[in-house]
Ligand binder design. Structure first.
Ligand SMILES: Nc1ncnc2c1ncn2[C@@H]1O[C@H](COP(=O)(O)OP(=O)(O)OP(=O)(O)O)[C@@H](O)[C@H]1O
Ligand SMILES: [Mg+2]
Length: 225
């Protein structure tokens, strides 16, 4: 990866290390998956490969559809690393904690999620760390290692439910946050009409996903899980 010039480390987590830098002179990041010591090395390598392939395949597909994800510029499977466009901005978790959000921002988060779902992709890990807010105050979704192609209502409903639980637990002072996210989620179908067929089938309508989310929330309240 000669076109790459590395800079400072932005993140060191259990799964990945993220380094800022430039790629052919453009602002980029390098995401390198870390070996997980407690797993058998063969299993670890195959899991790493699976998640990386997922992330690359679905991120590229979404970018080609104009959905808000970073552009992927280079991949090294041996090194388990990906070079992608750097999104200038901050994760939603920080924006919420520092109280710099407004209604528009949460609506744009809902629209960004709906763009994935309209293209039959379930994010799989919708935490407020994996939603970046760029300098235009638009939401960009990252970290698609657990994403899947999805056509069932339940999968999309669970994707929204994960974010709902995180907003409730980690950001209780942000009142009505999920309602605004859902407002944006529904608004995109009003703007663009029903989703088009994706390879594999028809993604469900936004209104159906939101109804399913409400059912999931009731289920969780009754059964606590
Ligand atoms: N394209 C990007 N532009 C700017 N920052 C990024 C980009 N991708 C990742 N980051 C930063 O690096 C952090 C970690 O990246 P990512 O979420 O993809 O890894 P992860 O799989 O969650 O890693 P771990 O599980 O080890 O925490 C993000 O929360 C974000 O702050
Ligand atoms: Mg992440």
């Amino acid at each position: 990866m000669q076109a790459w010039t590395g800079g400072e480390r932005l993140h060191l987590g259990a799964e990945a290390e993220v380094i800022s830098g430039s790629w052919h002179g453009r602002s980029a990041i390098l995401k390198k998956r870390r070996p997980r010591g407690w797993r058998h090395p063969d299993l670890d390598a195959s899991l790493t490969r699976k998640r990386m392939t997922n992330e690359i395949k679905l991120t590229i597909w979404l970018a080609s559809r104009g959905a808000p994800v970073p552009a992927i510029w280079d991949v090294d499977m041996e090194e388990a690393s990906i070079i992608m466009e750097r999104i200038e901005g901050r994760p939603l978790i920080e924006v919420l904690h520092s109280n710099e959000h407004d209604e528009e921002l949460l609506i744009s988060v809902g629209k960004a999620i709906r763009e994935l779902h309209r293209n039959a992709v379930n994010h799989g890990d919708l935490s407020t760390n994996n939603i970046l807010i760029n300098s235009n105050r638009d939401a960009v979704l990252i970290d698609l290692g657990l994403a899947t192609r999805e056509y069932d209502l339940e999968g999309f409903g669970i994707d929204l439910h994960v974010l709902h639980e995180i907003l409730r637990a980690s950001h209780p002072s942000v009142k009505g946050a999920m309602d605004l996210v859902l407002k944006g989620y529904l608004a995109l179908d009003e703007e663009l009409g029903n989703p088009e067929a994706a390879p594999g089938g028809m993604p469900p309508k936004a209104i159906e996903v939101v109804k399913r989310l409400e059912q999931i929330m009731k289920r969780v309240r009754y059964h606590g899980g």
